[in-house]
Design a protein around this ligand. Structure first.
Ligand SMILES: Cc1cc2nc3c(=O)[nH]c(=O)nc-3n(C[C@H](O)[C@H](O)[C@H](O)COP(=O)(O)OP(=O)(O)OC[C@H]3O[C@@H](n4cnc5c(N)ncnc54)[C@H](O)[C@@H]3O)c2cc1C
Length: 284
């Protein structure tokens, strides 16, 4: 297995931020992952998939980081729209492979730069209004928990808006899952992809590194204020001036700046007695 020393974590996050990992492990199979975890259960403390929903402290050295990009790229067609998809498979690749087999439904995730494992962990999907999630297609999820491989049926996965039971487990790795998709023509699937990409052009700000939506629960007017007033640090982290609930790292952003900006929004919500909850995961 590949093990890198003193590896800069900023390379692995879409926000381009993070200190170094003293050791970064890249298991290449489930067996390698199992034996790594068996010998060193602490390895599960810092786990990274696609790195598209993470803010990592840039002033810290992390002893050990586990990268899940290589360990399970399996994709198998079980027939009648049922597929097994490994946790290391990129969402775009999974969607295209399902479409190629004449099925679909998950095209709304084509814009999400994550892996199947991260998407199952976050219950990735569209916003609340349209309400489409990866969990709509989940039959079961395989996990490695307390050193044992287990299969959870969908009703045991605690899926809700950007929530899953896996977020409450310590020491748990999602290995992959069984999905069930409806039949879909290639044209319909491509239209789903194009529609999603068109929508994202209008609703996302890709001018600088980012991690997607900042808060999964927030007040629209408060987030509008932070966007309108372009609150942030010059050449550093800032709320996007054109998309609300969106943070950018303008080249020289620091972890301290990102945390300050998150805190400002949280304080404003508290002041107006509104609810807010961070969607992005933070490694302090
Ligand atoms: C441009 C952009 C657009 C986005 N659009 C959307 C969107 O439309 N909808 C949406 O829901 N999200 C969106 N996101 C956020 C993000 O892409 C999703 O949350 C994605 O599912 C995260 O997957 P990942 O593999 O990158 O996870 P990571 O960022 O690597 O990890 C996220 C969390 O999951 C844990 N994790 C990752 N893999 C595993 C695993 N196999 N087992 C156990 N834990 C694991 C990590 O420890 C971490 O806590 C967007 C992000 C960006 C940058």
């Amino acid at each position: 297995m590949k093990v890198l020393e003193n590896e800069p974590l900023k390379k692995y996050t879409t926000f381009r931020m993070g200190g170094n990992a003293k050791k970064m492990y890249f298991p290449e199979s489930i067996e390698e992952l199992e034996s790594l975890v068996k010998n060193d259960p602490d390895i599960l403390k810092y786990v990274i998939g696609g790195g598209s929903n993470l803010i990592i402290n840039d002033e810290r050295k992390f002893d050990e980081v586990l990268c899940l990009r290589e360990f399970n790229k399996d994709f198998s067609d079980k027939g009648n729209g049922r597929f097994y998809i490994g946790a290391s498979v990129r969402l775009q690749k999974a969607i295209k492979s399902v479409n190629l087999a004449g099925y679909g439904g998950m095209e709304f995730l084509f814009s999400v730069p994550g892996l199947i494992g991260g998407a199952l962990y976050m219950n990735a999907g569209t916003g609340r209004k349209t309400g489409k999630y990866i969990s709509d297609f989940v039959v079961s999820v395989d996990i490695l928990k307390n050193g044992k491989i287990q299969t959870l049926q969908k009703n045991e996965c605690g899926y809700d808006f950007r929530t899953s039971v896996f977020q409450s487990y310590e020491n748990c790795i999602i290995l992959g899952g069984i999905f069930q998709f409806p039949k879909m023509s290639a044209e319909e699937a491509q239209k789903g992809i194009n529609d999603r990409l068109e929508l994202c052009k209008k609703t996302q700000d890709m001018s600088y590194p980012n991690f997607g939506t900042v808060f999964c629960v927030s007040n629209a007017r408060i987030m509008e204020y932070f966007c309108k007033h372009h609150i942030g640090f010059k050449n550093g982290c800032t709320y996007s001036p054109i998309r609300k609930n969106w943070m950018l790292n303008r080249e020289e952003g620091t972890f301290k700046q990102a945390v300050k900006l998150l805190d400002k929004v949280k304080r404003m919500h508290k002041l107006f007695r509104k609810e807010c909850k961070c969607e992005v995961r933070i490694w302090e």
